[in-house]
Design a protein around this ligand. Structure first.
Ligand SMILES: NC(=O)c1ccc[n+]([C@@H]2O[C@H](COP(=O)([O-])OP(=O)(O)OC[C@H]3O[C@@H](n4cnc5c(N)ncnc54)[C@H](OP(=O)(O)O)[C@@H]3O)[C@@H](O)[C@H]2O)c1
Length: 316
């Protein structure tokens, strides 16, 4: 991966051009960089990537607006997630970025560019996991596996906001952080296997696939919901497909329980919801590390180790 000078992009019809101020790194960037899982290369380019840019989450100031009218204007501070991860132009790790206007939302007052860039992909994933797939209700017991990473730090806060009793599974180093974010109980996965305990959860949100679906089923309430999101130990050929398939198998055989694999696309309505949650104090950005654009490869290298704390942000 290297930084190159390229012509400044011009916004097409319906697009805006953003002078970038910050981006954030997601595991999806590492997958795209490596071309994992291999099966997706059929779509992204068999021998080399069709799109050389990287980066999905963005925040910056609009400096030009394409032909078709949009509510957004030059000078507006905006944030969002490019919604075409595998085939489109994906390059928020850049000084200028053109995106369709409908992929951007206005940054609410009080949120810095770095904080705004940390929210779209992981904040909306957490929102979908807690609100839509988990259908979390006040008083329910939820377990979040992988609570200290990019999605986890948002999921813990949102679960608390929805009135749940939150158990967060993470390493000991992140225990105080997730407690501050609202976790009622923290499990250090190096010391305690949550699937071996005698507790039943109404909702389990699995961000890391550290235990088999079958073992997780032991601690899911008879009417509980299991929301599978991702896996930290992905492999080149299949990526996270194996744990996803196990969850699908469980969904076919489960009686009463509901097993699902989360899929989503960040919309402007989601960005507005995230902005609203921030404004009411229910969601605060958690930035674990910052890297300048020149060191974006180091940022990806750090995230790839699978133990990131909160979000990793790129300053531009
Ligand atoms: N389905 C979708 O639409 C969707 C959308 C976005 C992301 N994802 C996927 O979701 C996954 C998580 O994303 P993310 O952004 O949160 O990743 P991340 O920022 O890399 O965080 C992963 C976290 O997991 C923790 N962890 C590692 N091993 C663990 C274990 N055995 N038990 C519990 N926690 C463990 C890590 O820290 P510690 O080990 O120090 O606790 C780290 O904080 C990725 O696989 C990503 O590709 C899926």
């Amino acid at each position: 991966m290297r930084i190159e000078d390229v012509p400044t992009p011009e916004p097409g019809p319906g697009e805006i051009r953003i002078r970038m101020r910050a981006a954030s790194v997601n595991p999806a960037d590492a997958y795209m960089l490596r071309g994992w899982p291999y099966v997706l290369r059929l779509q992204t380019g068999l021998r080399r990537p069709k799109n050389i840019g990287l980066g999905l989450d963005f925040a910056g100031v609009i400096d030009r607006v394409g032909e078709t009218a949009t509510d957004l204007r030059p000078g507006d501070a905006v944030f969002g997630e490019m919604s075409t991860p595998f085939t489109g132009l994906t390059r928020s790790f850049a000084e200028y970025l053109c995106v369709p206007a409908e992929q951007a939302g206005k940054i609410p007052p009080g949120l810095s560019f770095e904080e705004a860039a940390s929210l779209p992909l992981t904040g909306s994933t957490a929102l979908y996991a807690v609100r839509d797939f988990g259908e979390l209700r006040p008083g329910q017991q939820v377990l979040i596996n992988g609570a200290g990473g990019g999605i986890g730090v948002h999921a813990v806060q949102l679960a608390k906001h929805f009135g749940a009793i939150v158990t967060a599974v993470c390493s000991e180093e992140k225990a105080s952080m997730v407690r501050e974010l609202g976790a009622d109980r923290v499990i250090d996965y190096r010391k305690i296997d949550f699937t071996a305990e005698d507790i039943r959860y109404d909702v389990i949100i699995d961000l890391v696939s550290s235990h088999s679906a079958k073992r997780c089923g032991r601690v899911l309430a008879p009417e509980g919901r299991f929301v599978w999101v991702g896996a930290v130990d992905s492999v080149p050929v299949f990526g996270p497909l194996r744990p996803a398939l196990a969850v699908m198998r469980m969904s076919l055989s489960a009686r009463g329980q509901r097993w699902s694999c989360l899929s989503r696309k960040t919309t402007t309505a989601d960005l507005a919801t995230l902005a609203g949650l921030f404004a009411e104090g229910a969601l605060r950005p958690v930035i674990g590390r910052r890297y300048p654009l020149e060191e974006v490869a180091d940022a990806i290298r750090y995230l790839e180790k699978g133990h990131a704390s909160g979000k990793v942000v790129i300053t531009i």
